[in-house]
Design a binder for this molecule. Structure first.
Ligand code: ADP
Ligand code: MG
Length: 477
């Protein structure tokens, strides 16, 4: 039997252990809000506020939670995670007000509540959705968390029409099409009768031309204006196409008037699309505009690990490290790298080693001096550099070590400690090993990783140090 007091005590001690294992931002966002509500024999019941948190905990933190509960209870634990809707009002929900907060959380790998195999849907003959592009298969990191939270709010229809249209922009291969289609899949699941339509701008244009040619514009209009959800991909291709813009403008207005949701993707934000009618531009900006950025190093590692599982490949951590460093830009190229590696090993039956990976993927720089040149530097580099400067400044003042020594090769114990703390915080803020290495006098990846591991270990026993790191992390947004 479990008293509330007992539960509280057990959960608090488990939380302490979990906190030392997972990134602080993920801990705050996902683990701390959960409640341990029952302990019966080996069964421990944890309650969370929604399916999203539940799936996220199951997929990413179940093992850490079980381990921590077992350590505080001294016996084995079967963990059950349930949704308790009453908790919804208390804590983090991916609503508009908390989107900024969500955007700040560093890597948190998430999966929504969509079932693995969404049924195919044929309301309009064909909706052109790719079955792979579901929330389940979508990995959430700092780079796309804002967009994901908004997408989920639209899918769950908790946005009350406020994000209409939902305009997603970002470079190629960063998951725009995937997240947009995930909303479509989710809606089909929830409302099988909903009329949804996904299409590229090119297809929209071709369809328009073909209906115009056949003088069947009323058919065209009734087709596009009767849907509940219209998703148009790569809307930037509409630029300069006046007739299409004109027709799309009317489609857009009709849909909005009906309360139907419109989702658009683009490689740039509305005002950067040249030769776009101002009235369309302002319509596009009238809902929610969200960008997706390049994934951080940690998210790239998570993506590699997930995609490798999907491809049934065994990828050692040092190989994953190498690929994550070598392909900083986009997720499509990460996938491409794994597929190429798999094809090669299938043909040759050779195991995936560092050397083989370097050969096959033509990675020329060794990870030890990856900061020297051949790896492209993340586009967020200058932002990363600024964050690093702030971290070093904060660490220097809190640990009473001059900033300049932290950045130098000075190896006195105090300086070394401060430098290692700065590296750990930089990692927890999503900076890549390359960025950290470049800032710290060209240190290699494994030297940085070892430093971080050492501080992580010190944190377990040194309460004061832990507090200090948390304080610094809080100050650095
Ligand atoms: P975009 O439309 O921005 O060019 P896509 O949505 O086509 O990019 O994504 C490119 C590839 O990368 C797809 O195979 C997609 O499934 C994958 N991908 C992108 N983002 C993610 C993510 N966050 N999690 C898992 N896979 C992703
Ligand atoms: Mg796309």
């Amino acid at each position: 039997m479990s008293t509330t007091e007992n539960l509280d005590k057990v959960w608090k001690s488990a939380l302490k252990l979990i906190k030392s294992e997972v990134p602080i931002s993920s801990f705050q966002a996902w683990i701390k809000p959960a409640h341990l509500t029952s302990l019966e024999g080996n069964k421990a019941l944890l309650e969370v506020k929604n399916e999203f948190s539940k799936n996220l905990l199951i997929q990413n933190y179940q093992r850490s939670i079980v381990k921590a509960l077992e350590a505080s209870l001294n016996h084995s634990v079967d963990l059950i995670i349930n949704v308790n809707r009453q908790m919804q009002s208390e804590e983090y929900t991916p609503s508009l007000s908390s989107l900024d907060e969500a955007a700040q959380h560093s890597v948190a790998l998430a999966h929504s509540s969509v079932a693995a195999n969404p049924r195919s849907h044929d309301t309009l003959g064909q909706n052109y959705l790719n079955q792979k592009y579901t929330f389940d298969n979508f990995i959430v990191g700092a780079h796309n968390q804002f967009c994901h939270a908004a997408a989920l709010a639209i899918a769950e229809q908790t946005s009350n029409g406020a994000y209409n249209p939902f305009f997603i922009y970002g470079d190629v291969g960063l998951g725009k099409t995937h997240i947009m289609q995930a909303i479509g899949h989710y809606l089909i699941q929830k409302k099988p009768q909903a009329k949804i339509l996904y299409l590229s701008t090119e297809r929209f244009l071709n369809d328009l031309i073909s209906h115009m040619r056949k003088s069947k514009m009323s058919e065209f209009r009734s087709k596009y204006r009767s849907v509940d959800l219209l998703m148009i991909d790569d809307i930037q291709f509409i630029e300069g196409k006046e007739t299409t813009q004109e027709e799309f403008f009317h489609t857009f207005n009709a849909l909005k008037d009906n309360g139907s949701q419109i989702i658009l993707t683009s490689d740039r934000q509305p005002k950067a699309i040249s030769r776009l009618e101002p009235r369309l531009c302002s319509r596009f900006e009238g809902g929610l505009v969200a960008d997706v950025q390049a994934p951080t190093y940690e998210t790239r590692l998570a993506i590699i690990s997930r995609k490798a599982d999907e491809l049934k490949m065994k990828v050692k951590s040092e190989v994953a490290d190498l690929i994550a460093e070598a392909f900083p830009g986009n997720i499509r190229s990460l996938e491409g790298a794994l597929v190429k590696l798999q094809a090669y090993t299938n043909f040759t039956s050779r195991p995936i080693t560092i050397d083989l990976t370097r050969d096959v993927l033509q990675i020329t720089t060794s990870p030890e001096n990856s900061n020297s040149s051949a790896f492209a530097v993340s586009p967020n580099f200058s932002a990363g550099r600024k964050t690093l400067e702030r971290i070093v400044k904060e660490v220097a003042s809190k640990m009473k070590v001059p900033e300049a020594s932290i950045m130098s090769r000075d190896n006195s114990q105090e300086t070394k400690n401060a430098r290692q703390v700065a590296m750990l915080i930089a990692r927890s803020k999503g900076l890549t090993l390359t960025e950290i290495g470049q800032a710290f006098d060209g240190r290699g990846n494994s030297s940085i990783l070892n430093s971080c591991k050492k501080v992580q270990k010190d944190l377990e026993n040194d309460h004061q140090l832990k507090k200090l790191v948390e304080e610094i992390e809080k100050v650095i947004s």
